[in-house]
Design a protein around this ligand. Structure first.
Ligand code: GDP
Length: 175
């Protein structure tokens, strides 16, 4: 079955997003970060999987461990044949980290090579910024990542902003 991947640094709001999209509580929110490093597969109606990859870049583990996690994630993305879309999550308030950039570089490489899964940029916790600040951060993140601002989707699990766009993109990636 096709896989829809969710990926982002630890604490970015990945579990919250998955729960919000599925109107459920399937993903664990605010577990001790860095503790469980599992890939979780959520089977949706026997039609596709939502794949929750472990959050990378957790600050409190050493660099060796962080690199190991990044490698695991990269291996997964490189080797899975059935990835239909990748939701790449970024905290709207932060400048992308070097881990973000490393992982994204790999995704882009694969995107170009094989007419592969579309990458969608979800800017989480959008409710924490005013409209003006939100526009400004969008610009900063887009510049840092060499991504078109139009491809970035501000999201909030509280206000539900972005939910319709993400669901639409998810559906169209499965067609
Ligand atoms: P994960 O480690 O990426 O799975 O992140 P979580 O989903 O556990 O979220 C980390 C923290 O951010 C939790 O305290 C969430 O309640 C909070 N959070 C996630 N999404 C949002 C959002 O859209 N708005 C706000 N205000 N907080 C959020």
């Amino acid at each position: 079955m096709p896989e829809i991947i969710f990926l982002g640094r630890s604490n970015v709001g990945k579990s919250s997003l998955i729960n919000n999209l599925t109107n459920s509580n399937i993903a664990k929110v605010s577990q001790v970060p860095g503790k469980t490093q599992l890939i979780n597969f959520f089977n949706v109606d026997n039609k596709f999987y939502l794949v929750d990859l472990p959050g990378y870049g957790y600050a409190k583990v050493n660099k060796e461990k962080r690199d190991e996690w990044n490698r695991e994630i990269i291996l997964y993305i490189k080797n899975r044949p059935n990835i239909a879309a990748i939701f790449f999550l970024l905290d709207i308030r932060r400048v992308p980290s070097s881990d973000d950039k490393d992982v994204l570089a790999l995704l882009k490489e694969r995107e170009q090579k094989e007419d592969f899964a579309k990458i969608l940029y979800v800017l989480t916790k959008a409710d924490k910024l005013s409209k003006n600040e939100l526009q400004k951060q969008k610009g900063i993140i887009a510049t840092e990542l060499f991504v078109n601002q139009m491809d970035m989707i501000p999201y909030s699990v509280l206000s539900k902003v972005g939910k319709d766009v993400v669901l639409r993109e998810l559906n169209s990636s499965l067609l």
